[in-house]
Design a protein around this ligand. Structure first.
Ligand code: FES
Length: 164
């Protein structure tokens, strides 16, 4: 017997692939539409897992290696799921010197979040970045559109709790 959860999961995936198929059909097989299709697929799924890339490669009739090449070239594409809120910890020189690594270590220890990872509830994912443009106020982190300056590791729990 198939559980309701499993049925729902298969149904959702099927619907998403149907929507991606519609996006591909809308392009009419024209060349130069790969980026648009990838953007719309990422909008639907939230990221670009290998089965989605294989579908796009097959249906647009372009080599899978080319699809992977595009996805890895443009930073706005991601092959890993992102959280509702993306935490960016600045690891540029100024922030690194002023404690960027301690922020990463605290996130690892307190909420088991590593760079490139996502919390089990899908709320937060973590990335490191090179400079957020306010080096004089380091260490700096960004959560979504919010920039937090002079962050102390001890403040992280309370900062994150305001996003829950
Ligand atoms: S080095 Fe972190 S904001 Fe510039």
């Amino acid at each position: 017997m198939v559980s309701t959860k499993a049925k729902t999961g298969i149904g959702m995936a099927g619907r998403v692939f149907q929507q991606i198929q519609r996006v591909i059909d809308d392009t009419g097989g024209q060349s130069g539409t790969t980026i648009r299709v990838l953007q719309q697929a990422q909008g639907l799924v939230g990221y670009l897992p290998p089965p989605v890339l294989k579908t796009i490669s097959r249906d647009l009739k372009i080599p899978l290696s080319e699809v992977y090449g595009i996805v890895s070239f443009y930073s706005f594409f991601t092959m890993v799921p992102k959280g509702k809120y993306v935490i960016q910890v600045c690891m540029g020189t100024s922030c690194y010197v002023k404690g960027g690594q301690r922020i990463i270590d605290t996130l690892k220890k307190d909420i088991r979040l590593e760079p490139g990872g996502i919390t089990p509830d899908g709320k937060f994912s973590l990335e490191t970045v090179r400079c957020l443009g306010c080096c004089g106020l380091s260490p700096v982190i960004a959560i979504g559109d919010d920039v937090h300056r002079k962050v102390k590791p001890s403040e992280l729990k309370s900062i994150l709790s305001s996003y829950r």
